[in-house]
Design a protein around this ligand. Sequence first.
Ligand code: 13P
Ligand code: SF4
Length: 301
Amino acid sequence: MQSIEEKIQQLKRERGAIIIAHNYQPDEVQAIADFTGDSLELSRKAAELEEDVIVFCGVHFMAETAAILSPEKTILLPDRFAGCPMADMITAEQLRAKKAEHPGAVVICYVNSSAAVKAECDLCCTSSNATAIVASVPADREIIFVPDTHLGHYIQKELGREMIIWDGYCPTHSRIRDIDIKRELADHPNAKVMAHPECPLPIRDLADYLLSTGQMCTHAKESDENEFIVATEMGLLYRLRNENPEKKFYSVSDRALCPNMKKIDLEKILWSLEDMQHRVTVPEETANKARRSIESMLELS
Ligand code: 13P
Ligand code: SF4
């Protein structure tokens, strides 16, 4: 009898599909994926893939980004309720109202936002290129940054540049406390702290490095350091440990778990390929507008 992994592989071939997964996905999903990465890497990958069907193991805004970049492809999200609470913290209507208060401002959205919000923006960014994207805006222009307050304030401090920042946040990263880092540092005094810029300020202040999940993977591999405290969603530990078996990685807290990322499992991937569901699409007009902000980001990064 075929295992579920074998059934997925067979159906994947029959459908001409590829499975891509975010770095926070459950271990068994990352293990079966053809490609894993952070938001920027997944956007790039989605844009260049030859396969007609992409099973996107991540959350809704990520699948939507793939659908915007490749409208001719079939983008499948194995659980249609896998959303991102931060992305839901701003609507297009709210953003239009903010833009009306600041006519002439350049509007930058973190990729963790809906297609409708992206359609209202001039530029998109991810955690791995946010500083460079903001720095590309001429100094005399006002900037509205949505929706992540922590990423926004991190860039503001890095560049010494005032922005109008929305007050959205990631519930998962907000559950990480400074005492979690201090406890891990007491237990592992030689470890370096890698934190995601979605973390609140007390965590960012304790970090040696503020990096996207993909940048954390690169840094862990390329640096001479051997021990890391990882302040982001715990799914990343699978990839870090797999790629660096000789190094040590400590998750900062078992509360650093994104329930939405964990909604996808092997059964749902199999079902997704069997039924070609749930297809993520974006209305053409919205997609055309949103694509401009994503493509400008891809050109600048
Ligand atoms: P990365 O782009 O760093 O993978 O982050 C995505 C995300 O949702 C972080 O919570
Ligand atoms: Fe959204 Fe946070 Fe989950 Fe990332 S970890 S998908 S920002 S809720």
